[in-house]
Design a protein around this ligand. Sequence first.
Ligand SMILES: [Zn+2]
Ligand SMILES: [Zn+2]
Length: 954
Amino acid sequence: MQQKEFEETIEEVKTIKAITPKEIKKIVRPQFEANPELFYPTKVFDKFGFSRCKCPKCGAYFWRHTEKKTTCGDSNCEGKYSFIGVGTGKGAKGNKITYADAWNGFKKSLTSARVPCTAIDRYPVVARWRNDVDYVAAGIYCFQPFCVTGEMDPPANPLICPQFCVRFNDLDNIGLTGRHYSGFIMLGIQTFNYPDKYVFFKEECVEFNYRWLTEELEINPDDITFIEDVWAGGGNLGPSVEYFVNGLEVGNMVFMQYKYFHDGSYEELPIKIIDTGIGLERIPWLVNGTPTSYFDVFAGAFAFLAQKLQVEYSNDVWKAFGPYSCLLNVDEVENVDKTWEFISSQIGYDVQTIKKEIEQLKDMYIILDHTRTVMMVVTDGSLPSNVGGGSNIQKYHQKSICSVEEEQLVGQIRNGWIINDLAKLYGPFGEYKSFDQIIKQEYERWAKTDDDKKVKLEKLLKQRNNQLSIDDWIFAMSTHGIPADTISQISKLPIPGNLYAELADRAARITKAPEAILYNTVHLQETTNLYYQTPKDGKFQAKIVTIFSNVQQQNLPNIVILNQSAFYPFGGGQDFDQGWLTIQGERHFVNNVQKVGKVVLHILEKPLPNAVDTYVGQEVQAEIDLERRSILRNHHTATHIVFAACRRVLGPHVWQNGAHKSVHNAHLDITHFAPLSKEQEQAIENEVNKIILSAKQINKGFMNKADAEKEYGFRLYQGGIVPGNELRVVNIDGIDVEACCGTHCDSTSEVGWVRILKTQKLQDGVVRLYYVAGVKTIEVLNSEGEMINSLVKLWSISKTQLVEEGSKIFQEKKHYESAYNQLKAELIKSQLKYVIDGPNQRTIIQSTEQNPTAYFSEIGKYIQQLKDSKKGLLFVADTFIYGAFGENNFNVEELSKQIEEEGQQLKMNKQNKISVKDGKKTIQVNDVLTFSILGKFNKNKASKYLKEQGFVQF
Ligand SMILES: [Zn+2]
Ligand SMILES: [Zn+2]
């Protein structure tokens, strides 16, 4: 019997077309605008003397303190920043601040507010606790999903935090607008209001922000405007209020109040959340009135880099340009050239002078911004990669950083300036020796031109006549992995201004794990979880709460919600349980189990036959498929052990990057620089089985989240964060500790035996290991044994001779192959000699080859002789014709046309010169003809036509 080849399990990623945040905002905006008292904190605006009006430029409703403010205060409507060169508030009185001062002032104001906030430490920028995003892009990401759904308490409430965030959608604007970054610090105010515990909401939030602006920063209320807006994201929705000072957006207060669904409806959330985000980098800029925020943020590093690169710049031009930098947001500008001309007319420098000034400093700001972002991301444990989140780091940051790495400036900038500035907010950074190594590796990767990618791109450019649509750009970037600036370099086309915005938009439209927006479970009772106490026979009873129609299966009713359930829903990379529900005496197979919010959906193989109402409240008998459960449990437990073994064998830089435990096998993705060698694979497998044999107890218990984080740190969240204020901590004594809600064995010995099937490098920086455990290992070993037995039988040898015999056969095969190739070359040689020395000018030789490659390599040796004798020949096989002529005197196109079968496309390739190796030299033979025609052709027509052309059969 043949060994069944190991098949990869195909991961099912369901994607649907979801309603985008943009679309839902458009639907609700008119409703919010028509009822400001209902949706916006109008009382506090009244209290502080603000009045509501409509912006004549953009049509937004906003609140102003003085009638002198005629527009909403957004720089788009105001036309410029009015604080450059003069400063704002305390800065205008001569009290300049750094960005650390800005945080300290904010902290002082908010921690002493009427409802005092607690300042917490930043979270890592690599979002290990989330499965849906790679990096923290806003302060609220730290508390999603479970603090937002109420399944977990936030670390403090209300809280403030200086969170480092990374974003990849504003890259075109960095260095240009004066305010955009790939990595920035977001001052957050987060408040969580529960039905039974109110903290504060809209009115107080506006008040506290206002007091910070006017009391701490001493800003004149006349300079402030509040704009009514709508926010949507992550399935939630609510009113938001942005505030502007002198043309600059300082903060945005988002009031998460509703949950929205794919049909555009929305419903009040039980927990109402405030998410306020303030760009810290903007505060010293606004207060000090420097030309751009980069002057404040990168002051020291900039001076260092300018000196190293010997860049000279004009302070006067920058001061004049600063107020108008807001006009250059490439997502919003329609005609860039006109904008430059407008700026020139306003400040009295000609376009060339301004552009030159801006462009040279822009590149330096990009380098500084990217260095800061990469340094934070790498410090927090992510490696540059060619796909996934790491690819953003690699794609967008590689080139600019590498451009200065030639002089090894990146490490100097990091160590000399960036970490010192950040340490004033975050405390000292630990030594990170690998940083320089990682930058060096990226530099080498970048410096090596990737010819393969270049060829692919050139082919695409040829197909498109050197014009690329936005789809082509995205295709080349995502499928061929070519960075945008490389495409631009090769194609000489400019990068489309909306490219990154379009990429971000597409990512938002395809939603992973859509049940959360397909099914509204907000109003349902929580499904009581029984799976940690599943009875030995796998049976339990429950009551039907409701039945959902399956929107992905013609709305047929096959989704059962129970009051309690022992079915394990898909989660933590572990596949769901299957089993049976006996409903009204009929046994139904449960095909899939998913959790949405606090509710478990049991998806039946077949829809229920009767009216949905008749099922509600009915008792059901449930039974779990225990065999499947046991395999999943073994694969899951093995994953903890494999991870621990990888860290032991490879080193502590190994983090879990993803995992999947199915009933066929399991895989674990780890962060690691290089593919694993066979020896490393074996060492990991040995380590795993050693741990299994040591029969370590696996302790599963609930711990207070704060205590657990304090004791074990963020390494708890290898498999993503789990809901609850109590963490379920799975601790394999001295081996591995993780927060995990999957199903586990009680002792490592129960896992049985683990066999690593194969490993592969998934992308730069990530390696995947496939393995099986328990009965699945026995299956694999059995099939390997069968394969050995059948070989032994086939070759009539004993098992001990197997390796020797196998290698003998392999050697012989190699020997025969080379002998065969030699013979083939001899045959071609004699055929060619016959043609050259024979009587006919044009000869046909029948070929038994599968393809013409054998002729390619031989023909060069004889082409000069063919040329001297002015002879030509054709090798004609079933599926190709290969021709070689000493003169360029044969019409290949005509031949191809003559012999083409109807509906069959023949592929043709021809050349009029050949490069021939002569000793060490390569010489070129011109004015000859070689060609190949590939595909099924009409043999009769071919022989008739060729006879007419004077060909003679060999
Ligand atoms: Zn406006
Ligand atoms: Zn686990």
